[in-house]
Design a protein around this ligand. Sequence first.
Ligand SMILES: *Cc1c(COP(=O)(O)O)cnc(C)c1O
Length: 332
Amino acid sequence: MSKPVHGVTLAEIYAARRRIAGQAGRTPLVRSEALSRRFDAEILLKLETLQPTGAFKLRGVANMIAALLERNGREALAAGVTTASTGNHGRAVAYAASRLGVPAVICLSRRVPDNKVAAVEALGAEVRRVGDSQDEAFGEVERLVAESGMVAIPPFDDPLIAAGQGTIGVELMEDAPDLDHVLVGLSGGGLLGGIGAALKAIRPSLEVTGVSLSQGAAMHDSLLAGHPVAVEEVESLGDSLGGGIGLDNRCTFALVREVMDSHWRVSEQAIATAMVELLEHEKLLVEGAAAVGLAALNEHELDVRGRKVALVLSGNGVSLETLERARALAGR
Ligand SMILES: *Cc1c(COP(=O)(O)O)cnc(C)c1O
């Protein structure tokens, strides 16, 4: 049997599940009464907001670090780990590294909100703020790897990272074996790619929908172009969905192209409304990037009648200021 070019197989996802047990949580899938009624469907919410670091990214990171330890031994991580991230990934690396007792340096662009920076520092990692884009932060990571022998933990573009995020797909299949449709926030594609790889392997008929920002959506523009392209970063309530996919993308671009069935973009207004609705009606605090599934259902009036639909609530990294901004924009 030929191995897919992206390297994310169901076997790798099950291996990831074994490795991350006890590191990242198995999260609940809960039914939303209000949303199920509104859409005349069964709407299920996957609560990645309950991860110890407040977002799903711990799955990929824990899998990669555990796999490196398995393959290369402890010396492989002696100089520590480093990464560039819009925040949630950095927190995950800081958390996992501190549990392993290895130093971590997290490189963040100056656009990353202060609350996310503080959270990384509180986890015991050193934060280095560089440039105005994620690409500049990536440059600093390359320098640290070359000069100090640190190991880079990429935010999405690695089969081990995507396989870690794919454990969400396995859990969805266990909790809702007859699931029809999943909506997932899409940026670099580790989350959607991993989940999609698991779901397509287990239940090929299941529809996988990606949801991106209306502006600065690198994966969207790259898929249209047929190859990875750079986009200008813009401010968004869904800041965790910003950033490029890497012009030399080697895994997630091919993976997303293979497993995604449909793709929508959502406005800031729709993200704001979805955030406020989840807080008001479900009592769930989510960041903008985690509200895009509901935003897509609302804004594009997707017909999900009679179907069983999961929304991946990917994270809760939101400040009170941003929440106020969302509330003002939603007019609530
Ligand atoms: C990183 C992130 C995403 C997008 O994940 P990708 O693997 O980059 O597509 C979505 N939601 C949250 C909260 C994130 O932190």
